[in-house]
Design a protein around this ligand. Structure first.
Ligand SMILES: [Mg+2]
Length: 114
């Protein structure tokens, strides 16, 4: 175990560093996919880097015993439920906006005919 060799504080630092590298890999992937300002790298290298940095973060979280952790799993469940509720509200708002736009179009169409 890496944490036994470097200590808990260094493990937190290493994890933060790897999270930053994963964030950069995610941003590069997003730039590649959006293709508005693609990175000057081969697409396969960008994809490989994303996998590598994901592995680094997972290793660090595992070292800190944050994977398969009951408290973390409980948070995951709570967060997913909140996310589900937010998505339902968002879908409801979009449906309402769409209905309002359709209704407005219809009333404007009637006015144009008159
Ligand atoms: Mg890394």
């Amino acid at each position: 175990m890496l944490i036994e060799n470097i200590g808990q504080m260094a493990m937190y630092e290493q994890t933060a560093e790897e999270c930053c590298e994963l964030a950069q890999a995610l941003l590069k992937m997003s730039r590649l996919m959006r293709n508005e300002n693609p990175p000057f790298k081969y697409p396969m290298d960008i994809v490989d880097n994303l996998y590598e940095e994901t592995a680094d973060v997972l290793i660090c979280l595992d070292e800190l015993q944050l994977l398969e952790n009951d408290v973390v799993n409980n948070w995951i469940q709570v967060k997913r439920e909140c996310m589900g509720e937010r998505l339902k509200k968002l879908a409801k708002m979009k449906a309402q906006e769409s209905e309002e736009a359709e209704s407005k179009e219809q009333s404007e169409g009637i006015r144009r005919i008159k």
